[in-house]
Design a protein around this ligand. Sequence first.
Ligand SMILES: [Zn+2]
Length: 250
Amino acid sequence: MYAFDLKDELLYGYRLDKAEVTVTAPRSDNNINISDIFINPYRNPGNGLGNNNTNTNPTPLPYWEYSGGENQDQDQKPCKGDPVKNPEIVSSGKSGKKGGTFGCTRKDSNMVCGGVKGLKNHDGIDIKAKVNTSTFAMHDATVSKIRNSFNPGQYKKDSYGNFVLLTAKVNGKTIFIKYNHLNKVSVKKGDKVKAGDIIGINGNTGNAAAKGVIPHIHIQTYDSNWKSINPANFLHTKFDSNYNSIPNKC
Ligand SMILES: [Zn+2]
């Protein structure tokens, strides 16, 4: 729906179907670099996205990330255990792809993590999530808590934005799974969901709406004592030593 051929269709200020395209820093040679292109999917009423498009000041998204990059079939039902089809770890600024993984994986000269100066804790895993695709339940679960008060793309400092908290039993143990930065939540507290059921719409609410942040789901998992544990343990997809997904079948 949002794919378009840059060569044919893009002009400065061109309106893309029912979204809006802006091009920053047009070049003196009139060429457009793909990184100059931002898409605002919420600006125009009646495009069927989000909460009736009430967000009047959303964050335009880089075209390439908005379009889902290489992962064009993300909206299909994933393998049991995965929140989207073919999940990929998203890079986190100067920390790179490792910064999207769990633990003392981020660089910060002012912090100490695990006794190591210059590292910061990342309490979860960041899975690339094309905006306005579906968020899927990883495991059979009960919805324990939600927040759905953010408009799509709405920014708030230090916030997880809209989220869903699921209580699941995996390998006989109770765990909590929290999906953060959703554009919309489509379940309510007390609902029972099966692995692969749609629980929301991916996006960028809370601090993930900051400019330059690649849309992702920040997934957190906790044991029954609310001790934070690595969500990678509960994903179907595994990752290699470079944090790339290892292709596999369901
Ligand atoms: Zn994160």
